[in-house]
Every structure is written in C-alpha cells, then in structure tokens.
Write a protein that binds this ligand. Structure first.
Ligand code: ATP
Ligand code: MG
Length: 466
C-alpha cells in the first residue's frame, strides 16, 4: 500500500497528535497536584472537628490545633455541665449549658464563631459530649481557608515545582518522540536516497529503494528507481556493444589469419623455387588466387556490413517491381542449382509487385539466402523462392528441405561470423551472409526470421508498404 499523504499533512497530523498528548499529560499532572493539595488540607481539617478529637483519657485530647486558632474544648456531662476544658480564650466560656443554648450555637449566622459537637460514652457507660469552640473572627467555618500560613505556601510551592518538573519532563519526552517519529518518515528515506546516490556516483549502483514514506518521498523513490533502471540498461547495452566489437575484431583477425598463412606458405615455395613441376606450381598459384579472393570477398562483406550498420549512411529507396528483382536473383543462380542437381522452385506472381525498396540491398539479401540454400544442400534437394503480395506489403520466403541450421547456432545465426560446423569445416563462408541480409532488411524497416517449425531451412522476409 502506498502512502499518499504529503509531508505537510503528516507534519500537521503529528503536531496535532503530540499537542493532544501534551495536553493530556498536563491535565494529569494538574489533577495529581490538585489531589495532593486536597489530601494535605484534609489531613489538617479533622483536628478541629469534635468527633475526631474524642479520647477516653480527656487529658490526651489533641486540642493544640483548636488552641492555635484561639479556641478551646469542653467536655459536658449528661446534665450539660462542663466537667473538663482546655485551650485559650476561655474567659467568656460558659460552665454549663441548656439544650437550647447548645442548639443555638449551631444556628447559621449567629456570629459566635466555629462550633463542633460530638456525643460519646465513657468506658464506665456514662454519656458525655465534646464541644469545640473557636470564637468568631479567629476562624472561618472551614479551617482550610484560614490555614494560608507559611507552611501551606511552602507545601504548595513544592507541589507546584514538582508538577512543573513532571510537565517539563513529559514535554521534553514528547518533543523527542515527535522528532523521532517525524524524522523516521522523512530523514530515513532521505538517508537511503543519499546513500544510493553516492553509490551510483562511485559507479557501484544497482540497488533499488523500497521504503514507505510520504507522497513526495515516494515520488522521489519512484524517480530514483527509474533512473537506476535506465542507468543499468545503458550500462548493459554499452557492455554488450563493447563485447560485440571485441568479438568481431577477434573473428576478423582469425578469419584473415588462416588464408594469409596459406598464401604465405605457397608464395614461399614459389619464391624460393622449391617446386620444379610446372603443373604443381600452377596449382599453388591457383590456391593463392582462391585465398586472396576469399580475403577480398570477406573484406568486401565486412565493408558492406559496416556500411549497413552505420547510421550516418542512408540508402535511397525507389519504387520498383520486387517480382522482377526476385526473378533476376534466381536467374543469376539458376545454372549453379542445376549443375548441383538441386531443383529451384520459383513461385512469384505474374503481375508486378510494386514496392519502395533499395535494389542493391534487396538483391543482396535474396541472393545471400539462395546462395546458402545452394551451398548447404546436396544433390536432389528441393529449394523454393516464394513471393506473396498483400495490401500491407510482401512476404518473401527462401526455403529448402535440407539438413537445416543446427540448434547450436539457430538463435544467433543472423549475427556476424556465426557459422555452422559444416560451413566451418568446408571453410567456404565467412558467416556474414545472413548478417548482411538482416541488416539489408532492417534498412527497409522489415523483418527477417527463421521459420522455427520448418524441416529444412526456411527464412521469411516481411516488408510493409510505407
Ligand atoms: P557467407 O554467407 O558469409 O559466405 P556463411 O554462409 O557461413 O558465410 P551465413 O550465410 O551467415 O554465413 O550463414 C550462417 C550459417 O548458417 C552457415 O554457416 C550455415 O551453417 C548455416 N546455414 C545458412 N543457411 C543454411 C541452409 N540453407 N541450410 C543449412 N545451413 C544453413
Ligand atoms: Mg552464406
């Protein structure tokens, strides 16, 4: 699956995501601080509530908090007489109460300060009540509001600093994470691209990139891979060309060397007058002549092929009757076929087949195919030359029912210097005939191919009308 999200969108989404995370962290830290503050406050609150102060041993009642607010505690017996009291500001304190008086203390807005009352039963089974009184002005209803003293400030400052530190840590962590996650989608692919580019610059390329990233980077990857493909193709083509040229040079030198050595040998014998027999000398001279002719024709063919493959030279085409050309090419070799006892069957339309072609090249191609049929077939073989014309163009076939082209060279037979074993043995050809035929046909933007199903050797040429 390709990620089509752009870097811009990705960055934005990440940013929003991390802002939300940061917000949540901030909220949690605040919550935590708030809870800690509440807990601290509630720990101090019970110390002014009567129910929290009840002790069986009255002397050990913790009245210090009440006292620090300027208040006092009183233990009342069943008939509401004060039987025990501690604290400060007791000057105006009553020594006994009625139920009404006691109740009146808890009326809202009576302005008499803070009161808290709790009943309890002593171990002996007697009923008492503990009354906490903090005179008005010294304390509000809730002690927590009063306790804004240095201690609370200190504690809260501590909490604030702690919360801030937590938040700062979370902020830095998420910042780091944001950087990493965002970076992974952008930096890593860029690093890959950069590394592979460096490799290519050093001529060691060849790898393709397969990362997943945002749209822009995926595009970059696509272009990079295409470029790498192109470079590789160019490299391979160049190598193949160089290899072809090297092989061609080797083939040429090899093919020239053999006849030249033969010529040298015979010429040496003649030059030194080693052979007295006139007839023998004539034979040597003939061999020299034959080899020289072979060399001349090889060089001619090579020249021809080089010309055909050169892109600078152009061959001008003319409209002409291809049927007539076929008949001429066949007529040129007719005698040779007859002498070898091979039947040549010509199937060419009576009416002219008009086409735009280069006469010399097409003649050469057809006669090369016919020469091969003549050369590689034995007496009694059957060879045919067929021309079929259609609206699109022509199909020309040169076929025989002979031994066929051996499998080892079938695929490459149209390349220069490729020869079958039998041709090599007889030392007859240079292996350029089919290469020249192919180049000639390709000069006409046509195709030439070997019929893969045929028994013997069947070569087709197709030219289209332009
Ligand atoms: P050149 O044509 O340059 O004199 P050549 O005939 O050896 O030399 P090509 O015409 O290119 O070279 O043919 C290549 C090879 O294909 C031949 O050496 C031969 O082995 C094989 N070949 C070509 N035509 C036939 C055929 N009609 N029957 C059998 N083998 C063939
Ligand atoms: Mg040939």
């Amino acid at each position: 699956m390709r990620n089509r999200r752009s870097v811009h969108n990705s960055l934005m989404i990440n940013y929003v995501l991390f802002s939300v995370i940061l917000g949540v962290i901030g909220f949690l830290v605040y919550e935590n601080m708030y809870d800690a503050r509440e807990e601290y406050i509630s720990r101090t609150l019970p110390m002014v509530e009567a129910s929290q102060l009840i002790r069986n041993d009255w002397e050990s009642i913790p009245y210090e908090t009440v006292q620090s607010f300027g208040g006092y505690i009183q233990v009342l017996d069943k008939s509401l007489n004060v039987v025990f009291s501690r604290g400060s500001g007791m000057e105006k304190a009553k020594v006994s109460y009625t139920e009404e008086e006691l109740l009146a203390l808890f009326y809202e807005g009576n302005g008499s300060g803070y009161h808290s009352l709790a009943p309890f039963v002593s171990p002996e089974g007697r009923e008492y009540r503990l009354l906490v009184t903090i005179p008005g002005g010294a304390v509000m209803k809730e002690s927590r509001l009063v306790k804004t003293n240095a201690e609370i400030t200190e504690v809260f400052t501590g909490l604030l600093i702690e919360g801030f530190l937590w938040f700062a840590a979370a902020f830095l962590l998420s910042l780091w994470l944001y950087g990493r996650i965002t970076g992974r989608r952008i930096t890593n692919p860029l690093t890959d691209v950069s590394r592979e580019l460096a490799q290519i610059a050093e001529g060691r390329g060849g790898k393709r990139l397969f990362f997943r990233a945002n749209k822009e980077l995926m595009d970059l990857q696509l272009h990079f891979n295409r470029m790498a493909d192109r470079l590789e193709q160019a490299e391979t083509a160049k190598r193949r060309l160089e290899e072809g040229r090297r092989r061609l040079m080797m083939d040429i030198s090899h093919d020239l060397k053999t006849p030249i050595t033969t010529i040298q040998g015979y010429a040496e014998v003649l030059r030194l007058g080693m052979e007295q027999d006139e007839e023998q000398r004539l034979k040597y001279a003939n061999r020299i002549h034959a080899k020289a002719r072979f060399i001349a024709s090889l060089v001619d063919d090579l020249f021809e092929l080089t010309k055909l493959e050169s892109t600078e030279l152009s061959y001008e085409r003319k409209i002409g009757d291809l049927a007539e050309l076929c008949r001429t090419a066949a007529a040129d070799l007719y005698d040779s076929f007859e002498r070898k006892g091979i039947t040549l069957d010509i199937r060419i339309p009576e009416s002219p087949v008009m086409l735009s072609y280069h006469e010399g090249l097409m003649h050469r191609a057809i006669s090369n195919l016919l020469t091969n049929a003549l050369k590689y077939n034995k007496e009694g073989a059957h060879v045919w030359l067929e021309l079929e014309a259609s609206d699109e163009g022509i199909l020309l076939t040169v076929g025989d029912d002979g031994p066929g082209i051996s499998d080892s060279v079938r695929d490459t037979v149209f390349e220069p210097f490729v020869r079958g074993d039998q041709a090599r043995r007889s030392d007859g050809g240079s292996g350029l005939g089919l290469a020249i035929a192919r180049s000639s046909v390709e000069r006409h933007a046509g195709q030439i191919w070997l019929d893969p199903e045929a028994e013997g050797t069947v070569v087709h040429i197709r030219l289209t009308k332009t």
